[in-house]
Write a protein that binds this ligand. Structure first.
Ligand code: SF4
Ligand code: SF4
Length: 483
C-alpha cells in the first residue's frame, strides 16, 4: 500500500456511520409525485423538453442542457407532467426554483433511448464525453458539477491523472461507503470508462482508513478487472480529507494553485458515485435518475441508505426510515459539518442529495453564547486551507475587502473545523459563508472598474495618436514646396 501525504489541519471526529450501515442499501418506496428542479446542477438551468399535461416514460430526457455548463435531466418514473412551476428545493433555500412536477403512474414504462446505445470503447474521447453528458451525469459528491464539462475541460496532451474520491469524511454520510461495499464492480467499470474518455494513464481510488469491507470489495473488483492502471490508496480518516484540494494534497503530495483548478496540474477528481453512475449509463443504458441517499441521525427511527429516485420528497424517505423520533430537532441536507439546515421536509431529493440528517441535540455540537476572540490561534492550527480564521473574522467586522482578499477568504472551503474548536463559540464558517458573496461582488466591481479604466486610457492614447498624426499631416501640407 502506498503511504499518503500528511493532510494539513483537520479534525479527528467521532464517526456516526454505524447507524446507517447495519443493513444493505434498499430501494426507497415509490412516491406519487416527483419534483425535478431544472437548476439542480452547477451552471445554467436545463431547458424543458416537455409541457404540462404531456405523458413521459422512465429514462425519457425531459430537459436539455443550456449552452455552456449545464446538464440533461431524465424522467425518474413514467407518468404525467402536471406542472412546470417554482417549487421549494433543498439546494436553493432562498426562493422556490423552476421545477417539473411528474405524477407517477406506478408503471415504470421505460423510454427506448436510441442515444444510449454506443460502443463506448470504439468512440473518441470527445464523443465519449458527449455520451456521458447525454446520461445527465453530474458529480455525486455534493457539488453536482456536470461530469462531461469537467472531463472536457481536463483533456490534455499527456492525459490527466484520474482520482476517484471515496473518502467520505463527514461523520454521518455513508452512501459512498455502502456503494463501495455493494457495487464495487460498477465503480471499477466507471473508472475504466472515465480513463478512456480522458485518455488518462492511471486512476487512483482514494478511500479512508477504517472501512475494511469497502476496501476488500474494491480489491476484489480490481482483481477481477485485472486492470493495472487502477490502484487503491488509503488516506487517513481526518475531516475534511475528502475535500477535493485536501485529497489531492494527501494522495499526490501536490497543491492545487491558489487561483487554479486540479486540471491545471493534470488531475481530474470524480466521486466514486459518479463513476458508478457512468457505469450504469454506459453498460445498462440507465441515465442518472436515482442515487443513494443516507438517511440518518438520532432524530429518525431506523437510519438507512436508500436507492432513491430524483424528485422523491424528503418526507417520504423519513417515512421509509420509521419516521421521526421525539428527539428530532433539526433537518439537515448534507453532513452535520457542512450541510444546510432545512426549514421543512417537503423538499425533493436532487442529484446533490447525498445525506439527510434528522438531528437531535445529541448530534449537534452544543453552542453557547458567542464571546470575543481571545486570539488563542486554535482555529488556524486546524484550518486545512492554511488560512488564519481569526484574521478573516477580524477583517469581516468592520468589513475590509482588501485584507479579506489578501488573507484568502475565497479559499475557505467552509469545512467548519475552525468553529468546532473555537473556545469563544464564534460561528466562523457561517460568517465566512456570508462574507464571500460581498467579496466576490467587490472583486467583480473592481475588475469592471479596472477594465473601464484600461479602456479609458487606451482611448485617450488612441485619440492623442490620431491627433498627432493629423497635426503632422497638416504641418506637411503647410510646408512650402521646394522648387
Ligand atoms: S479559535 Fe476562536 S478565539 Fe481562538 S483565535 Fe480563533 S477565533 Fe479567536
Ligand atoms: S471553515 Fe474555512 S477558515 Fe474555517 S477551518 Fe474551514 S477552510 Fe479554514
Amino acid at each position: 500500500m502506498i503511504p499518503s501525504h500528511a493532510l494539513p489541519g483537520g479534525l479527528r471526529l467521532d464517526a456516526h456511520k454505524e447507524r446507517s450501515t447495519k443493513q444493505p442499501i434498499r430501494a426507497a418506496s415509490p412516491s406519487e409525485r416527483h419534483v425535478i428542479p431544472l437548476d439542480q446542477h452547477a451552471g445554467a438551468p436545463a431547458r424543458p423538453l416537455v409541457k404540462a399535461g404531456e405523458r413521459v416514460r422512465m429514462y425519457q430526457p425531459i430537459a436539455q442542457p443550456a449552452p455552456g455548463i449545464s446538464a440533461w435531466l431524465h424522467a425518474p418514473v413514467s407518468g404525467e407532467v402536471i406542472a412546470i412551476e417554482p417549487r421549494p428545493a433543498p439546494h436553493r433555500l432562498g426562493a422556490p426554483t423552476l421545477s417539473l412536477v411528474i405524477a407517477n403512474d406506478g408503471r415504470d414504462e421505460p423510454f427506448e433511448n436510441a442515444a444510449a446505445v454506443v460502443s463506448f470503447e470504439q468512440i473518441s474521447p470527445t464523443e465519449a464525453c458527449e455520451h456521458i453528458a447525454r446520461g445527465g451525469i453530474v458529480g455525486l459528491g455534493g457539488a453536482a458539477f456536470p461530469t462531461a464539462n469537467k472531463l472536457e475541460s481536463s483533456l490534455c496532451e499527456d492525459g490527466p491523472r484520474l482520482l476517484l474520491n471515496g473518502a467520505e469524511c463527514e461523520p454521518y454520510i455513508s452512501c459512498d461507503e455502502m456503494l463501495m461495499r455493494e457495487r464495487a464492480e460498477d465503480i471499477v467499470f466507471g473508472a475504466r470508462a472515465l480513463l478512456h474518455a480522458l485518455c488518462a494513464p492511471s486512476c487512483t481510488i482514494a478511500i479512508e482508513a477504517g472501512v475494511p469491507e469497502a476496501h476488500e470489495a474494491l480489491r476484489r473488483a480490481l482483481d477481477k478487472a485485472a486492470d493495472s492502471r487502477i490502484r487503491i490508496k488509503i488516506v487517513p480518516a481526518i475531516y475534511p480529507a475528502g475535500g477535493e484540494r485536501q485529497l489531492i494534497a494527501s494522495v499526490f503530495g501536490v497543491e492545487v494553485p491558489y487561483d487554479g483548478l486540479p486540471a491545471d496540474i493534470g488531475i481530474v477528481c470524480q466521486n466514486v458515485g459518479t463513476a458508478a453512475a457512468v457505469a450504469r449509463w454506459i453498460r445498462d443504458r440507465q441515465p442518472l435518475i436515482s442515487r443513494i441517499v443516507t438517511v440518518t441521525g438520532d432524530g429518525v427511527s431506523a437510519p438507512a441508505n436508500l436507492e432513491t429516485r430524483i424528485g422523491t420528497p424528503f418526507a417520504s424517505l423519513i417515512g421509509d426510515c420509521g419516521g421521526y423520533t421525539e428527539r428530532m430537532s433539526r433537518l439537515i441536507m448534507g453532513g452535520s459539518m457542512m450541510g444546510a439546515s432545512l426549514p421543512h421536509d417537503d423538499m425533493p431529493v436532487v442529484k446533490a442529495t447525498n445525506c439527510i440528517v434528522a438531528a437531535s441535540a445529541l448530534d449537534l455540537q452544543p453552542r453557547g453564547p458567542e464571546m470575543p476572540c481571545i486570539r488563542c490561534g486554535a482555529c488556524s492550527y486546524v484550518c486545512p486551507a492554511f488560512l488564519l480564521p481569526q484574521q478573516l473574522h477580524w477583517y469581516l467586522h468592520p468589513y475590509d475587502g482588501t485584507q479579506l482578499d489578501r488573507h484568502g477568504l475565497l479559499d475557505c472551503i467552509e469545512c467548519g473545523c475552525c468553529d468546532y474548536v473555537c473556545p469563544s463559540q464564534i460561528p466562523l464558517a457561517e460568517r465566512f459563508r456570508e462574507g464571500k458573496p460581498l467579496l466576490v461582488r467587490e472583486l467583480d466591481a473592481k475588475r469592471s472598474a479596472d477594465t473601464a479604466r484600461a479602456h479609458f486610457y487606451a482611448r485617450n492614447e488612441r485619440l492623442a495618436r490620431l491627433e498627432a498624426e493629423h497635426r503632422a499631416k497638416l504641418a506637411a501640407m503647410r510646408r512650402p514646396k521646394q522648387q
